[in-house]
Design a protein around this ligand. Structure first.
Ligand code: COA
Length: 177
């Protein structure tokens, strides 16, 4: 952990954080898509309590991560709730100082607390394995569309069992299906 990340406070989103969260994603991703997903999910049944986490430095929102509920649907149509992480964004001038890692650790803790057996995400293959993520298809977790194997990742949590297989159905706010 760097000195910069020690100064940063991680906490669940509170009323009034919306503009700061949108600004982070607009800057981190260079467009409005990710911020809109967060806006669309806010208050919906797909949001996991505590799943929207912000990073604050001196009162300013400098990072945000969203953990939401998704469904893992097996070939018999049985659906099991799991978590999906995304978007994750840190202001460009604050990247590379451990803020993303702090947000990831907070989200993984929330997912475990809610008894979710698995968290999946589409992301950089060089970044997420450090948190325990592994290629998802190798453990029977299929993406909603044909995403590259190396970027489709999953983290098994204590509730995971070998029979947990299927295709992930994202919340409707995600333009993936
Ligand atoms: C990805 C992101 C959230 C990480 O946050 P962060 O605070 O910079 O991350 P940390 O400081 O905890 O970790 C930095 C590490 O992330 C890696 N990283 C950042 N962006 C990366 C990318 N596009 N591809 C691969 N690795 C990346 C850095 O190389 C660095 O690796 P190192 O520790 O081996 O040097 C942030 O860089 C970001 O907002 N990026 C733009 C938006 C984005 O791509 N979001 C993720 C979508 S999956």
């Amino acid at each position: 952990m760097t000195d910069a990340s020690l100064r940063v406070q991680i906490r669940p989103e509170q009323p009034g954080d919306g503009d700061g969260i949108r600004a982070v994603h607009d800057a981190a991703f260079g467009g409005p898509l990710e911020g809109r997903i967060v806006d669309d999910l806010r208050g919906s049944e797909w949001l996991i309590p505590g799943g929207s986490q912000v990073a604050l430095d001196d009162g300013q929102i400098v990072g945000h991560l969203l953990l939401s509920r998704a469904m893992l649907v097996d070939r018999h149509g049985r659906a099991e709730p799991i978590g999906v992480i995304g978007p994750v964004g840190v202001l460009p001038q604050r990247q590379g100082r451990g803020i993303g890692a702090e947000l990831m650790r907070a989200a993984i803790e929330v997912a475990g607390r809610h008894g979710l057996p698995l968290v999946a995400l589409l992301g950089h293959a060089d970044y997420y394995p450090r948190f325990g993520f592994e290629p998802a298809r190798a453990i029977g977790v299929e993406p909603p569309r044909s995403w590259p194997d190396e970027a489709w990742l999953a983290l098994r949590l204590p509730g995971w069992t070998a029979g947990l297989r299927g295709t992930v159905h994202y919340p409707p706010a995600f333009p993936v299906e």
